[in-house]
Design a protein around this ligand. Sequence first.
Ligand code: ZN
Length: 320
Amino acid sequence: MSAAPRFALGVDLGGTRLRAAAMTEAGKILASEEMPTEANGGPDRILADILRLVETVSTGIAAEAIEGLCVCAPGPLDARNGIALHIPTLPGFDDFPLAAMLGEKLPYPVSLENDGIAAAVAEWRYGAGRGVDNLVYMTVSTGIGGGVIADGRVLYGRMGMAGHIGHMSIRPDGNVCPCGNAGCFEAYGSGTAFTARGRVAAARRRDSSLSRYADSLHARDIFAAAREGDALARDLVAEEAEILGQGVRNLLHLYSPDLVVIGGGIANAFDQLEGGIRAYIAARALPPFRTMPIRRAELGDRSGVVGTAALAFAHAKRKA
Ligand SMILES: [Zn+2]
């Protein structure tokens, strides 16, 4: 047995940013690097970019000291077999054997995970969820994703696809979701849906400070106007909190977590949403669930690389 330090590599392949990091098992990041995702360059270009970033962050680390590399991407993907099934934001990644393609070029094991699961693991191991056995992580930005830790283990489900919480149905005949179905939680609660409601409302309400933005209105403008007391903006924020509360209420009843962690872009306004989410749960969850804590994610945009590096360590142990 060698006492030499061990490392793992994490890669977060997102629709707009590609990130990589080298990390110790204690969660110390030695090097990290990021670049825009060349989504239209197709899988070949993206694979080349991943290899370049991996080379950069592992400079100076002996290959034998690297336990493995884990890549996360938006689902759905077959994590068990390392295959991207269909990534809506990345054309060409259909039934694509991402882990095997990278593994051919690298001297250590390569695995693939859903990005929601990776972020859940990051918050559980190194962020807001340290020390709990049951955690639901929910990321709200362009879409809604998530991951579940249950009884001290990552909940994978069939093909590693558990935790696609954005596609819970909250209005069976409702708005169309990017997935093609109607009435998904994502179609109402995402930052995209929130902004779209804001634009429609602002166009109708000339008395609101939001009306000057027209179609350039962004979620952060709504939160800023709400802070300044704009009545329409406050209504929009209250509505968003209620929708998120509806999703969290379902998750509490399904998983009985010790903690719900909310990440993604919307977490920047967590202080403005928290009260409304809690109020909804206090009114609508079964009584024993009403006091369940909700916390803001701590790792921000590092959650993908931290979670994947942690998973690369876990995968190496499972194989040992
Ligand atoms: Zn959907």
